[in-house]
Write a protein that binds this ligand. Structure first.
Ligand code: GDP
Length: 299
């Protein structure tokens, strides 16, 4: 992820740091190149515009042109602006899982990595936070998805279980059964893996919205595939219009993508990116860290 963008920005900065003083014209020329690099990385146009305006204001305000090492200062300003774009240094990426059973609802398109992420979250919560976690698949249209979740629960540890599958139950009824089971058996966290579709449709939205009403989750996370670029951002916006989302999980950040989705997501939706998927295995989930990602982009 970000390889091309990283290379492009590196080239632009090399041109700035290799010399002494910078004129306002030099800074503007560099900003134009950064703008093109971000657009080519598939970052949403309004996000690029705000980013460039922000960097220009800071560069002027901090009198880059008169500073001793103007190139370095521009890099620092771009780094800070990237961190802001990704949610800021102090972004709250923790999960609200206080009152047991805390309910986490997972939403997203089919193939986005929702079920895998559900398994990864369960492993993380059970190992790192010592929580007992119950998983429930509400994907009644795809029995294979239900079985996949049960297999993932088995691969975690003894503190993670999957709700037994009862054939023929409706998603809303499975959600109610899962809530009861989580309460009765004293689970700390219940994760509801809702059904996705290959594209957004009304029926899916109604189903997921109904489950959100029944379960009143403390976290409703949208899982989006970072490799799908602007489509991922569009999907997130449409889900956010219908559901009380509390955060995002970007999957396939280990893939070979341009990174535009990751960079636009926060600014377009206003939602914090809480986690990123970095592999197919159950331990391939990292807490999202804006500074680390910005650092990786700037090499
Ligand atoms: P769902 O339909 O949204 O539940 O998607 P799945 O969880 O079944 O994931 C679809 C595919 O993406 C599976 O082959 C996963 O192993 C893979 N996958 C999920 N997350 C990641 C990730 O972060 N990185 C990589 N490389 N693959 C992932």
């Amino acid at each position: 992820m970000f390889d091309t963008l990283s290379e492009r920005l590196g080239g632009i900065f090399d041109g700035l740091t290799g010399r002494g003083a910078l004129s306002e014209k030099d800074v503007n020329a560099a900003l134009r190149e950064i703008r093109v690099a971000l657009l080519e990385a598939d970052v949403a146009l309004p996000v690029v515009k705000d980013f460039i305006d922000g960097v220009r204001n800071r560069a002027v305000g901090e009198e880059v042109i008169r500073s001793v090492k103007p190139g370095q200062q521009v890099i620092k300003i771009v780094y800070d602006a990237l961190v802001d774009m990704l949610g800021g240094e102090e972004a709250d990426t923790s999960l609200r899982i206080d009152s047991p059973p805390a309910i986490i609802m997972m939403a997203g398109l089919q193939g986005s990595g929702k079920t895998t992420t559900t398994g990864k979250l369960a492993k993380r919560l059970s190992e790192k936070d010592r929580k007992r976690v119950l998983l429930a698949s509400l994907d009644t249209r795809r029995p294979a998805a239900m079985e996949q979740l049960a297999i993932l629960a088995d691969q975690c540890n003894e503190n993670v279980s999957a709700l037994p599958i009862i054939e023929g139950q409706l998603p809303a009824d499975i959600a109610r059964r899962a809530l009861n089971a989580a309460k009765i058996s004293g689970y700390d966290v219940l994760i509801l893996d809702t059904a996705g579709r290959t594209t957004i449709d009304e029926q899916m939205m109604n189903e997921v919205a109904e489950i959100a009403d029944i379960a009143t989750p403390s976290e409703t996370l949208l899982v989006a595939d970072a490799l799908t670029g602007q489509d991922a951002v569009e999907t997130a916006s449409r889900f956010h219009a219908r559901l009380p989302l509390t955060g995002l999980v970007l999957t396939r950040m280990d893939g070979d993508g341009r990174g535009g989705a990751a960079l636009s997501m926060r600014a377009v939706t206003g939602l914090p990116i809480k986690f990123m998927g970095v592999g197919e295995k159950l331990d391939g989930l990292d807490a999202f860290d804006a500074k680390r990602v910005a650092g990786r982009i700037l090499g």
